[in-house]
Design a binder for this molecule. Structure first.
Ligand code: PLP
Length: 395
C-alpha cells in the first residue's frame, strides 16, 4: 500500500487541487517547481542548517519514567515543545520561507488558529525581511492574546476575521481571498497538511524531520528504530503527518491520531472530523469534512484553538479510510486532565493540543514491553489562561 500522493496529488480518493480559476497561476507555479526546489542541494543544506542552528533541532526524545510507570509500558515524549517559537510549526515555516525566497516572493500571508503558526510565520518573515500579514479569527485573537502580541512585536500585521465562527476556518477563507487578489508578489504559507496540492505533501515533507529523528533517537536508546505506537493530535494534521511519515510503511508501528471531541463527539460541540465527517471539499482539497446533509460546513468546537477545524488533511483521510491509522478522540475535559497530570508528574506544561494526544494514553491497553512515542507538539504558555480558569473550577 502506498500512503503518499500519486502524480496528480491524490492520496487514494482524497487530495487534489479544487481551486478557483484566479488561484490557478499560483498553484500551478508551486506544483511545477516545489519538488525541484526541495530536492536541490542548496535548499536541503540551508533547511537543515536553520533547523539545527535556528529552531534548535533535533528536539529531544525523552523517556518519561512517571508516565511509563503509570501506564505500565515504555513511554517516550518527542519534545517539539522545545523548538524555537514553542511548537512543530517552525519546521514548516522555515521550509516555506526558503521556498518563497527562491520563487522571488516579497509578501507573505498566513492563517492561524492558536497563533502558533502565525508566530512561526512572523518569525521567519522577520529573519528573511519579508512583509507578513496574518489572518486570525476574532475569537482566537481574544483567546490567544500572548501570541497576537508576539506577532506584532515581530513586525507582522494581524488581521482579525469577523465572519463565520470567527476561528481557523474563517481565517483560512480570508487568506485565500487575499492570495487571489495578490497573485504575483505573495506566497501563502499554509500552516498544516491541508489546502490544494502541493501543500499537503510539501508540509508533510517539511514536518517529516520529526519521525526521521525519532528513528535515529530510538535506535540509540532502545536498539530498535521503530516503536509499537506513535500517538499525535490532529487539527489539520501536520504534527501527526511529521510524526507518522517515516513509519507509514512499517505496518507493525501502530499510528494513533487523536482528534478533539470538544464537549463530547455527539454533543454538537466537537471537532472529531473522522467520526462526524463525510467526503467533501474544503480549502482546495477533497477530504473528510464536518458538513450538513446539504453540504454546509458545520462549525467545529474545541477548547483548543489549534484543533478547532472542521476537516483534516487528505493524507489523514486516506490513513483513516485504509485503516492504516487508528483515530481516537479526547474531550476538552480529558485533555485538561492530561495536561495537569504531565505538568505535575514530569514538570512539562504541554500545549492544549498536545494534551489531547496524552489523553489517548488512557484509552489504549499497552503491553509492558511496548515502546510508545507521544508527540508533544507544543508548549502550554499560550494556554495558561485556559488552564488557570479550569483548575480554579476543579479546586
Ligand atoms: C497548530 C497546532 C496543532 C494542530 O495542527 P496540526 O497541523 O494538526 O499539527 C497541534 N499542536 C500545536 C502545539 C499546534 O500549535
Amino acid at each position: 500500500m502506498n500512503y503518499q500522493i500519486d502524480n496528480k496529488g491524490y492520496y487514494g480518493i482524497f487530495g487534489g487541487a479544487f481551486i478557483p480559476e484566479m488561484m490557478h497561476q499560483n498553484i500551478s507555479e508551486l506544483q511545477n517547481c516545489y519538488m525541484e526546489i526541495l530536492e536541490s542541494d542548496s535548499f536541503k543544506q540551508e533547511f537543515k542548517q536553520l533547523l539545527t542552528d535556528y529552531a534548535g533541532r533535533p528536539s529531544p526524545l525523552y523517556y518519561s519514567d512517571r508516565l511509563s510507570k503509570q501506564y505500565k509500558t515504555h513511554i517516550y515524549l518527542k519534545r517539539e515543545d522545545l523548538n524555537h517559537t514553542g511548537s512543530h510549526k517552525i519546521n514548516n515555516t522555515i521550509g516555506q520561507i526558503l521556498l518563497a525566497k527562491r520563487l522571488g516572493k516579497t509578501r507573505i500571508i498566513a492563517e492561524t488558529g492558536a497563533g502558533q503558526h502565525g508566530v512561526a510565520t512572523a518569525t521567519v518573515c522577520a529573519r528573511a525581511g519579508l512583509k507578513c500579514i496574518v489572518y486570525m479569527g476574532a475569537i482566537d485573537v481574544a483567546r490567544q492574546a500572548p501570541n497576537v502580541e508576539k506577532m506584532k512585536m515581530l513586525g507582522a500585521e494581524v488581521r482579525p476575521v469577523e465572519s463565520g465562527s470567527k476561528t481557523l476556518k474563517d481565517a483560512t477563507n480570508e487568506a485565500i481571498r487575499d492570495w487571489i487578489n495578490n497573485p504575483v508578489d505573495t506566497h501563502y504559507i499554509i500552516g498544516s497538511v491541508v489546502g490544494p496540492h502541493p501543500y499537503p505533501d510539501m508540509v508533510a515533507r517539511f514536518q517529516s524531520v520529526i519521525s526521521e529523528e525519532i528513528r535515529v533517537q530510538l535506535k540509540t536508546k532502545t536498539g530498535r528504530e521503530t516503536p509499537d505506537y506513535v500517538i499525535a493530535c490532529v487539527g489539520g494534521g501536520s504534527n501527526a503527518a511529521g510524526a507518522f511519515y517515516h513509519f507509514l510503511n512499517d505496518p507493525d508501528v501502530k499510528l494513533i491520531a487523536v482528534e478533539a471531541a470538544g464537549k463530547g463527539v455527539f454533543s454538537g460541540e466537537s471537532a472529531a472530523t473522522t467520526q462526524l465527517g463525510r467526503p467533501g471539499i474544503l480549502h482546495g482539497s477533497r477530504s473528510l469534512l464536518m458538513q450538513t446533509a446539504d453540504g454546509q460546513v458545520i462549525e467545529p468546537y474545541s477548547i483548543s484553538a489549534g484543533l478547532d477545524y472542521p476537516g483534516i488533511g487528505p493524507m489523514h483521510a486516506n490513513l483513516f479510510a485504509t485503516k492504516r491509522a487508528v483515530f481516537l478522540s479526547a474531550t476538552d475535559e480529558e485533555a485538561l486532565k492530561a495536561a495537569l497530570y504531565l505538568s505535575q508528574k514530569e514538570g512539562i506544561i504541554p500545549a492544549l493540543e498536545s494534551a489531547h494526544a496524552l489523553a489517548a494514553l488512557e484509552m489504549i491497553n499497552f503491553k509492558t514491553d511496548d515502546i510508545v512515542v507521544v508527540n508533544i507538539s507544543g508548549r502550554g504558555d499560550k494556554d495558561m489562561e485556559t488552564y488557570l480558569n479550569y483548575y480554579q473550577l476543579i479546586k
